[in-house]
Design a protein around this ligand. Sequence first.
Ligand code: PTJ
Length: 249
Amino acid sequence: MDDIAADPSHPRYASLLMRHRLEVAAKKGMLAASAMIAHGRGEAFDYLLGERTTASAQRAIRQALASLQSAKKPVLSINGNVAALACDEMLRLADALSCAVEVNIFYRTPERMKAILAHMNERKTVLGVDVPVLGHAPDAQIPGLKGPRAACHSDGILESDTILVPLEDGDRCQALVAMGKEVIVIDLNPLSRSAQQATITIVDELSRALNSMLTLVEVEGEIEADPDYDHEAVLGEGLSEMLNTMKDS
Ligand code: PTJ
């Protein structure tokens, strides 16, 4: 899958790999027209962050994992960029949490849904994980959202109590929070509406954050939630870490 020309020793290997994954996904028809713009914005923020998982991001990762592990019905939401960049990591995390993933895209077309679902199911077979992949037969709507982007599964996103929505649009994040869900966002931009509105925000690059979660599960198993966790304070720390990295460079 990751058949790229650059050597892993290349200083920009991780970034080149993510770009390659997006190119492959674009060819498969999985991406929204604005997917590259969203990715470019993420790359710029990651550059300012020093392309590393900061201490505050690590705290958010622990809290997010604790929240997903203690949820009655967690669900992992997949959009076009997420399927392109971290399909395997999302499937492996869902497997570890014994929960479903649901393909739920903002710029919804039948063609894109079909392409993303096919990719997810193909990778599920390759990985040999028994994870329900939802999105193929939506029978419910996310209240407060208009149009096809609101379509979801009643036994997936609608009934979930905790939902991981990486790279989410602000309107949908707000609608999910309004439904009373614990909403966990992964977003490199600490100033985005999604980052601000979520219950827990991980300011980190998607694949790094997911791999950290998978390592935590492997090494520590069940994670205990921090009762004093303060979403706004952690977000503020993320922004300060970014500004300090810029000052130091
Ligand atoms: O597939 P669809 O139709 O659901 O559309 C997906 C995109 C991502 C195009 C759509 O949700 C969108 O337009 O998103 P936004 O509003 O541009 O927000 C994406 C956010 O994710 C931005 O704040 C970026 O900084 C951030 N971001 C981009 N790439 C990454 C990222 N955060 C973490 N890791 C990344 N790799």
